[in-house]
Design a protein around this ligand. Structure first.
Ligand SMILES: NC(=O)c1ccc[n+]([C@@H]2O[C@H](COP(=O)([O-])OP(=O)(O)OC[C@H]3O[C@@H](n4cnc5c(N)ncnc54)[C@H](O)[C@@H]3O)[C@@H](O)[C@H]2O)c1
Length: 398
């Protein structure tokens, strides 16, 4: 049983608390922290948490606490993590790990030096659908993953600080690209080094300094490509979709919009429908089990089980650090309009000197197979390339 300090009672602090109190059931939040003492106190009352405070150091240093959960605005992650490391407490931090790569590296080094357990709360890697699809991919069902595409779009975040670049570290890329980048990276294989990125980013709608829409490509040293699509300008709810394409198979994942049940109401139900739903009348798409669908339940199971079993969780601060370095390169590329290298100070995956070539499949001793297809007239076409001459020809089996 773990005794937890929950830092933050906003959207994510609430989802985290619901996941911990309703599901794993073994652990207890003993202190909660919010910027206003009255918000912390009313949250503590709602979830039966014994103590509340507006002082994050007090919550972290609470003698009963062994685990700190950071659910604070991005600019406060580093301060909270350094305090937790100093206090020798396990620390779980929401996404993005940090405002940028150098800050993430400082946090990674601090937890490793202190020897405390660290987990990166990347919930979208833990949705039941993602876990199952990742397992199939890791078992080889897709062959070699060539292209992993991930999208998160909605009509924009729900608190002022997200829209202030100094406090958030950026716009839609840092807020949502962090999810998409880690999803693509996980399907491509974390052992493969991300090399360089190119990125388009613009401020299309909102009066802010940061980007509210971006598309980026992340090139890996095994030849695979990760693609992210993020927007704060998308209307109609929250769209969370992934597509993974490999030499032998494909995965399509759809996590949110229109994946639950459908409800029509002429009068509205009053109140909340689903995260980032717009309006509460007409046809609506409530999700049902939101915290399950978004991966929070499986994520905390892995985090606390890992802690109890003395192993690392699936998502660590190192993963958060790699994601931050990719995001930094995206911002450079969006400015330069060129491919920009990803600056990783401490690469822990595989080293490859060259990108791998095309995935070649032999048809017989002399030929590679390019393509087989059954035509509308019933004929089978086999398209081959001669291994030495390079000649391309087709065989038609009637
Ligand atoms: N899917 C996800 O994993 C997901 C979803 C949403 C948000 N987040 C992340 O969670 C973090 C918080 O986002 P949110 O949506 O909950 O924001 P929010 O604005 O809804 O809540 C922020 C919380 O932090 C508290 N806070 C702010 N300053 C504080 C201070 N100085 N001391 C103590 N408490 C303070 C506020 O009182 C509030 O409870 C961000 O890093 C965000 O990126 C993750």
């Amino acid at each position: 049983m773990h005794k937890i300090a929950m830092l933050g009672t906003g959207l994510i602090g609430r989802f985290y608390t619901m996941s911990l109190t309703h599901y794993r059931g073994k652990d207890q939040i003993v202190v909660v922290c919010a910027s206003k003492p009255e918000s912390a106190a009313s949250f503590a009352k709602e979830f039966n948490i014994p103590r509340s405070t507006s002082d994050m150091a007090e919550a972290i240093q609470d003698p009963e606490v062994d685990t700190v959960i950071v659910a604070l605005p991005n600019y406060l992650h580093k301060k909270a993590v350094l305090l937790a490391a100093e206090a020798g407490k396990a620390v779980l931090c929401t996404k993005p790990l940090a405002l940028n790569g150098p800050e993430a590296l400082e946090m990674l080094e601090a937890v490793e030096k202190a020897g405390v357990f660290h987990g990166y709360l990347e919930d979208l890697m833990y949705t039941p659908k993602t876990l199952s699809a990742l397992h199939s991919t890791q078992q080889g069902a897709l062959g070699k993953v060539l292209w992993a595409r991930s999208r998160e779009t909605h009509s924009g975040p729900h608190s002022d600080w997200f829209w202030n670049k100094k406090l958030s570290g950026g716009g839609a890329i840092v807020d949502m690209g962090c999810h998409c980048i880690e999803i693509a990276r996980s399907f491509i294989g974390k052992e493969n080094r991300p090399l360089e990125v190119t990125c388009w980013a613009d401020t299309q709608v909102h009066p802010i300094d940061a980007e509210d829409h971006a598309v980026g490509l992340v090139k890996y040293d095994n030849g695979a490509i990760g693609q992210f699509e993020v927007s704060w300008n998308f209307r109609g709810g929250m769209d969370l979709r992934d597509e993974i394409s490999g030499t032998e198979g494909t995965v399509w994942l759809n996590h949110w919009l229109r994946t639950g049940y459908e409800l029509f109401t002429n009068v509205g139900q009053g109140g909340y429908v689903a995260e980032k739903a717009e309006g509460d009348k007409g046809w609506m798409f409530p999700v049902g089990d939101e915290i399950g669908a978004l991966g929070y339940v499986e994520m905390f199971m892995d985090m606390f089980n890992a802690m109890d079993e003395g192993r690392a969780p699936m998502e660590t601060f190192y993963d958060g650090y790699i994601v931050n370095t990719i995001i930094d390169a995206c911002y450079k590329a969006a400015d330069s309009k060129k491919w920009e290298p990803i600056e990783i100070q401490t690469w822990r995956g595989e080293e490859k000197s060259n990108t791998e070539g095309a995935a070649l499949k032999s048809y017989d001793a002399e030929h590679y197979l390019i393509k087989e297809e059954r035509m509308p007239n019933g004929n089978q076409k086999i398209i081959l390339k001669h291994k030495e001459s390079g000649e391309i020809k087709q065989i038609i089996n009637e």
